[in-house]
Design a protein around this ligand. Structure first.
Ligand SMILES: *Cc1c(COP(=O)(O)O)cnc(C)c1O
Length: 400
């Protein structure tokens, strides 16, 4: 079965994990990461959401409102809550999955607003002209944080989005563009902020035990073969039966929480894996862009399927189509051994834990949350070719 996502982990990551090291692996990973993504400093954390919480703390934003996308990964809002702030929401645009920064107006923005999490969802670069407008209008009142979990090095008109804010955060779990098994990162050019982040990390993040390293290693060894096609069918069956929920469910509809080990440091083993995976980043990105181009060229003009925007500089962390009946598509493709994803399948303001807003308040985000399917974009072109063939075969039968 073709999986909906697949980390680009290979023997080099396994060897890196096993290597006995006498250097500071975390520092080496941070330095290489900073260099790769054109920042002065990079600071590693156990998760992207931990990184975000520490970043907000170190920016001394507390008891304030922070502008976030209605359509993003909900762990972002959890981190905002854990930092002692209130997330407020911007709907997506009607022609882009990204938050519509043109709607940064009163009363959403008010005297309590202190930060904005500019997010390039699915790797689509956030509109930096709109972001400049926000900066011009509100100046230093609103601190810009870049969420680059989907958009490592995405560019808007040639400018890398991660450089357009006080700092950027990244997630590094196996579903991201690149991975250190778990993990998160902050990049910034602000030396004082970097120092504060390191100091607070030193105080509040505990040293990972050998047991944590061992469990991360076991996770890597299990993940490594899992995504190979012959095995993945079985794994998918386990997932459907709910047997893997403990591993694959990252949120709970009614709950605002963080993982139990969110304050236990990244292991040196993860840093070595991350460093090995970072070396593949250019080829990972190239492969995704080639697949995306193939999908754009071969899925155009099919009745009942809306293609995503084709944007120069996007990283295509996900290739997202809009269809009428998502459940039908997921089921039919699965029957032919292609697993599609349904990310992101919620609109955060509609969730009970974030206010249960009516659909009409965030219509675009709500619409996307019901109609997206993600195509596999992680492997060689052969996977995209097989996926296109199946979609073309199924399209005439799909509910319209
Ligand atoms: C994955 C993700 C994060 C943070 O990731 P962690 O799972 O906490 O490492 C942040 N923002 C977005 C949009 C994400 O998809």
């Amino acid at each position: 079965m073709i999986p909906r996502l697949k980390p680009s982990l290979g023997l080099s990551e396994v060897f890196a994990a096993l290597r006995i090291s006498f250097s500071n692996d975390i520092v080496e990973f941070e330095n290489a990461f900073a260099k790769k993504f054109n920042a002065q400093y990079a600071i590693a954390f156990p998760y992207g959401r931990t990184a975000l919480k520490f970043l907000i703390d170190c920016l001394e934003v507390k008891g304030a409102e922070i502008v976030t996308p209605a359509y993003t990964c909900v762990v972002v809002q959890h981190a905002v809550k854990f930092s002692g702030n209130q997330p407020v929401f911007l709907d997506s645009s009607s022609d882009s999955f990204n938050m519509n920064l043109k709607n940064c107006t009163s009363p959403l923005i008010n005297s309590k607003t202190k930060a904005l999490i500019a997010t390039s969802i699915f790797g689509y670069p956030i509109d930096l002209r709109d972001l400049d407008e926000v900066k011009n209008k509100f100046g230093s009142q609103i601190i810009i944080i870049q969420d680059c979990a989907h958009s490592f090095s995405a560019t808007f008109d040639g400018t890398e989005v991660q450089t357009q804010g006080v700092a950027a955060i990244y997630g590094l779990n196996i579903s991201k563009l690149m991975t250190s098994i778990f993990g998160g990162m902050i990049t910034t050019n602000d030396s004082s902020l970097a120092n504060r982040l390191r100091a607070q990390r030193g105080q509040e993040i505990s040293k990972p035990s050998l047991l944590k390293s061992l469990s991360r290693f076991l996770y890597l060894i299990v993940v490594f073969p899992t995504f190979y096609e012959p095995i993945y069918g079985f794994i998918n069956w386990l997932e459907r039966k709910g047997i893997l929920n403990r591993f694959v469910k990252y949120y709970d509809e009614g709950k605002i929480d963080m993982p139990s080990d969110y304050l236990t440091g990244m292991t040196p083993l993860e840093a070595r894996v991350g460093l090995a995976n970072l070396k593949k980043f250019d080829s990972i990105l190239r492969r995704r862009r080639i697949n995306a181009e193939y999908y754009f060229s071969n899925l155009a003009g099919i009745d009942g399927i809306a293609l995503p925007p084709r944007v120069e500089g996007a990283t295509y962390s996900h290739f997202v189509l809009l269809v009428k009946d998502r459940t039908w598509w997921l089921k039919k493709c699965l029957e032919s051994n292609i697993q599609l994803g349904k990310l992101i399948e919620y609109s955060i303001p509609e969730m009970t834990s974030y206010g249960a807003a009516a659909r009409a308040q965030f219509p675009n985000s709500g619409y996307y949350s019901d109609h997206t399917i993600n195509l596999p974009i992680h492997s060689g072109l052969d996977v995209a070719v097989r996926t296109v063939a199946l979609i073309k075969k199924l399209a005439p039968l799909a509910p319209k």
